[in-house]
Design a protein around this ligand. Structure first.
Ligand code: SF4
Ligand code: MG
Length: 334
């Protein structure tokens, strides 16, 4: 069976001073049906750029897919025009963001905004859409849904607004939901409730989720498979169990140490020394993590690590695991 989403060797560039630099550099992965795939990394790692590439929401004239394929149910959508993408967005693929206030329109009621999505993609009347909106609000756990439907976004708490965004996103029962830091702006208790809700909706609707986060703690809650991204590349890929049992890439190991403890303030999240290199200063060869890696070796500056299977589907791009590479790859890389 064809995977729901297959991204092949994606290269997304940003124009700086008339020149393109890749913020996503040769990323490949699949999202299977009913699967929750976590994409983890610090901000600036290319996670959001990747999801914006899939949705055709890159800033116009600045961001651009420069290579690779994005296969949705086997069809490459990279070349799709705005009209074709409008048919897909909100219907087959939906997206939710960190701060619902920026994606909800403050001047329209909740019910109006959910109805708009339904009326865009379905052949129903305004009254039917409104009734559906109430049901959707109930399904995402909003109390007094028949009243909330006539309220405005600012009348709701952050957690309730995120529930409204989720209701809008699943209104047309998309096959894929891309959730970009859906719980980052929320406090720990509400965060857990929203993650439960996403998991629940995924099961009920047989939907797949691509969950983008900087927080491995969030990934542990609901993901099946995890991709760790650093500086535009995937550096580790594993099932969530394998990743937590045996994190292999030094970057992943540091992210593990940065998982905030429940009792700690979220703001006190431990950080990793140094910065992700900017797209303009990406080294041509060598490991992109070398300047921050506690385990870096001299050859890390000369050899570009490739993402390779270490054992049983657990993949890592790091020279510490070079002995597990196929022989030709070793010779080729050197
Ligand atoms: Fe660290 Fe070298 Fe591995 Fe890169 S390749 S993560 S610098 S040990
Ligand atoms: Mg982001």
């Amino acid at each position: 069976q064809t995977p729901l989403l297959e991204v092949r060797n994606l290269q997304t560039g940003f124009k700086i001073d008339k020149q393109y630099y890749n913020a996503v550099e040769g990323v490949s992965f699949t999202v299977d049906r009913k699967q929750i795939v976590g994409i983890v990394g610090e901000s600036g790692c290319g996670k959001s750029v990747m999801s914006l590439s899939i949705m055709h929401l890159l800033p116009k004239g600045i961001g651009k897919v420069r290579g690779g394929e994005i296969l949705f149910e086997g069809t490459d959508i990279v070349g799709y025009n705005e009209k074709k993408m409008n048919n897909i967005r909100g219907k087959d693929i939906s997206m939710i963001f960190q701060e619902p206030m920026t994606s909800l329109n403050p001047v329209f009621t909740i019910g109006y905004q959910i109805s708009e999505v339904l009326l865009n993609h379905q052949d129903i009347t305004k009254n039917e859409a409104r009734a559906k909106a109430v049901t959707l609000l109930k399904n995402v756990g909003i109390p007094r849904a028949d009243q909330i439907v006539d309220e405005y976004p600012h009348q709701l708490s952050g957690g309730m607004r995120q529930r409204v965004m989720i209701a809008m996103a699943i209104a047309c029962q998309p096959k894929l939901l891309i959730a970009d830091e859906p719980t980052t702006a929320l406090d720990v208790t509400v965060q857990a409730q929203i993650l439960d809700l996403l998991k629940n909706i995924q099961e009920v609707n047989d939907m797949s989720i691509m969950l983008i986060t900087h927080d491995l703690g969030v990934v542990a809650e609901i993901c099946d498979v995890v991709l760790v991204m650093y500086a535009g590349k995937i550096v580790e890929r594993a099932t969530v169990e394998d990743l937590f049992e045996n994190p292999q890439h030094p970057y992943t190991q540091l992210l593990m140490q940065a998982i905030p403890k429940m009792e700690e303030e979220k703001e006190r999240l431990a950080t990793i020394e140094g910065l992700v290199p900017s797209v303009k200063d990406m080294p041509e060869v060598g490991c992109r993590f070398a300047n921050r890696c506690p385990k870096a070796m001299p050859e890390c500056m000369q050899i570009t690590p490739r993402l390779e299977d270490t054992k049983g589907g657990h993949e890592v791009a790091c020279l510490l695991y070079e002995e597990s590479w196929p022989r030709e790859e070793r010779v080729g890389a050197r």
